[in-house]
Design a protein around this ligand. Sequence first.
Ligand SMILES: [Fe+2]
Length: 112
Amino acid sequence: MDQYHEPYDVLDEETRDLTRAFKSLIEEFEAVDWYNQRMAVTKDESLKSILKHNRDEELEHACMALEYLRRRIPELDDELRENLFKEGPIGHHDEEEGATEENDLAVGSMKE
Ligand SMILES: [Fe+2]
C-alpha cells in the first residue's frame, strides 16, 4: 500500500493498476541499471555474460510494462510516437511541427 501517494480507498481500480505498472517499470529499469553496473566492473567474462543476459531480460520486462502503459494512456502514446525512433537532436520534434509544449500550455491556460 505504501506505493500510493493518495489514500488507497479513494483510487479507482484503473488508477491502482496504472500505479502497479509504473512501479514495475521503475523496478525493471532499476534492475537494468544494477546488472549494467555489475557487468561494467566484473573481471570474470563468464559472469559478465550472465549479467548481460539478465540485463537484457530486464530490458524486455521494462518494455512490456511500458507497452501496457502506452495502451492505456493516450498522451503517453502520443509522446512516444512523437519522440522515439527519430534522428537528430533529442527533444526538438515539437518545434519542427510548430506545436511546442509552451504553446499547448498557453492554450490550456487561456481556457481557464
Ligand atoms: Fe524483470
